[in-house]
Design a protein around this ligand. Sequence first.
Ligand SMILES: Cc1cc2nc3c(=O)[nH]c(=O)nc-3n(C[C@H](O)[C@H](O)[C@H](O)COP(=O)(O)OP(=O)(O)OC[C@H]3O[C@@H](n4cnc5c(N)ncnc54)[C@H](O)[C@@H]3O)c2cc1C
Ligand code: FES
Length: 326
Amino acid sequence: MVSIRFNQQWFDVSDDETVLDALLREGVSVPYSCRSGACQTCMMRAETGKPPEDAQKGLKPTRKARNHFLACLCKPEMDMEVVLPTDLPPPVKATVKRLLPLSADIIEVTLTTEIPVDYRPGQFITVMSPDRLSRSYSLASVPEEDEGLVLHVRRLPGGRVSGWIHETLREGDTLECSGPLGDCFYVPGQPSQPLLLIGTGSGLAPLYGILRDALRHGHDAPIRLFHGSRDAEGLYLQNELRILAENDPRFDYTPCLSGSEAPPNHAQGRAHTVALTDIANLTGWRIFLCGHPEMVQQARFQAFLAGALLDDIHADPFSLDKLETE
Ligand SMILES: Cc1cc2nc3c(=O)[nH]c(=O)nc-3n(C[C@H](O)[C@H](O)[C@H](O)COP(=O)(O)OP(=O)(O)OC[C@H]3O[C@@H](n4cnc5c(N)ncnc54)[C@H](O)[C@@H]3O)c2cc1C
Ligand code: FES
């Protein structure tokens, strides 16, 4: 067993426990969001002791060199004295410009920020609620086409931040956000490489941004989007996507239903299963997977088996919430 010192107090960290879990177990309030190494909200710095390499995944070399680490990944190998970093860029103040329901449980949130945020569609920002909880949401907007940062937020049963966004947040309200982060976005330069986009639930958000960004950059090759949900109520932006597909021969859209019987123009089955049955050979394809972590994990493995290079598979697994189902 090792110990960490935070805010002048020592805490034991059990074998196989992370620094974040140990602090939360002791009721210490520290920032966190995804608990899986994606959002960097839980970043800390070791003043003494060295964090394991695994806890520094995705951090800039300059931060690694200064012993920064992600508390949610850090299973310390020695005693460490840790602090919150003091050199993080301050959060940006944003105003809710528009709230628009997209389906029974997904709302589109458009934010305008006090200072411009430089982002690529598909990256994510981290939003802070009034009770200082941080949650990440992907960017569905395209900076060159849309005014403001556009998020699609799905209400989770009992979800604290998504519940606040759906029930309490109003147009004109202000909030704090940070970011952007993430490398699940379109990089121009290989316009003849076919693109496969697979998403579940509000995982459509980053894909909607990536799709429009690729079309805007003049991507030549086919772009196939498979959006999955358990039932028809979970699908959204269907009209917009169908119109886009009808008017652009490069783009094809398949809504997929896994739980209920699929009506005409829908595929029956889970989005990644439908996609990988339809496109059996993925050699040379660039793939984007967004949404439920289980879908992302399975689809990544199957896409690799179907010939895709791991470097060509980009993924944004949303946080693991057992109640969110495809
Ligand atoms: C990179 C990234 C991008 C993301 N992009 C999006 C996006 O574009 N759109 C989107 O909608 N989401 C997105 N997410 C997910 C989002 O960040 C939040 O995780 C989500 O909104 C849930 O937050 P919450 O505070 O509402 O739920 P929480 O309060 O954190 O709860 C999550 C779930 O756990 C359940 N729960 C909470 N506490 C307990 C408990 N003690 N016991 C049992 N169950 C419990 C809740 O009922 C809920 O279903 C993204 C996540 C990541 C990591
Ligand atoms: S909470 Fe640790 S990286 Fe998101």
